[in-house]
Design a protein. Structure first.
Length: 271
């Protein structure tokens, strides 16, 4: 049995199927983990979502910011962005089942020493705290009042973690941390504007995984979300968003021997 961790797919179904064929992926034997952003901006988000739902028995997919965006658009709380490619899902006859399945995905997956999430963690959370706070958000998304969270999900505040946060502010911070984090300010607060690679970072910003004394350093963290960072394999973190949407590659990382596998992608016409 092999466990493959795949970076952001974002609706690039052709690349996903090509990668799985190259891996000789066998659902009876292998497992597939996905770092989030199953949908949006690519050309066939509907096919990706249907494939993932059909393979639920061998798949773990955490939610990314584009997945949460789809849920908010579907409920009518925000309009679709100009470059969104969600309409096929929203008009699909199985829309309800697909959105229900997506809403019940985890925000974080932890297994042994590995911890998979979409974006990053604030420095104040260790792996146990990250799991607890992810579970808080999962309960909100899966519960009868999930629309209340989606309605108030958007916003950049609060930017700094405090255990005193409550209600929608607390849930918004957890969602932003897990699905939007790239850099942190020197005081540990979340930063949202700078999306380029490490060689262009201002001096007053730190990649979340290099923040001094972050409490999650004991876990081996798998994440996506940061296409300009590219493939990064270190002892403490593995970054797997290699820009498939932009004509880069779709990457799989095999946990058992830590080998990487890639297929080249053609840029989406939507970009």
């Amino acid at each position: 049995m092999s466990t493959y961790v795949v970076g952001d797919i974002q609706g690039c179904n052709e690349a996903l199927i090509t990668l799985l064929a190259a891996l000789k992926f066998n659902r009876a034997r292998d497992r597939l983990w996905i770092t989030g952003d199953l949908v949006n901006r690519g050309e066939d988000s509907l096919a990706v979502l249907r494939w993932c739902m059909a393979h639920d028995d061998c798949l773990v997919a955490v939610l990314g910011n584009h997945d949460l965006h789809l849920l908010a658009v579907a409920e009518g709380f925000v309009p679709a962005h100009r470059k969104d490619t969600l309409e096929m899902i929203l008009q699909a006859p199985d829309r309800g089942a697909l959105l229900q399945w997506l809403r019940h995905r985890p925000m974080l997956h932890r297994e042994g020493a590995w911890l998979m999430l979409h974006a990053g963690l604030p420095p104040e959370w260790d792996a146990d705290a990250a799991q607890l706070h992810a579970n808080e958000l999962e309960r909100a998304l899966r519960g009868p009042d999930f629309r209340a969270f989606l309605k108030d999900m958007y916003g950049n505040e609060p930017r700094r973690w405090s255990p005193l946060l409550a209600g929608q502010e607390r849930l918004r911070f957890i969602a932003n941390a897990l699905t939007r984090t790239r850099y942190l300010h020197l005081d540990g607060s979340l930063e949202y504007q700078h999306k380029l690679g490490l060689d262009t970072a201002p001096e007053d910003l730190v990649p979340w995984f290099d923040f001094p004394n972050r409490l999650s350093c004991d876990a081996r963290i798998l994440f996506g979300h940061w296409s300009t960072l590219g493939l990064l394999v270190r002892e403490d973190v593995v970054a797997l968003d290699t820009g498939c949407l932009w004509g880069g590659a779709l990457t799989a990382f095999r946990l058992e021997d830590e080998q990487c596998f890639q297929v080249r992608c053609r840029a989406s016409r939507q970009t």
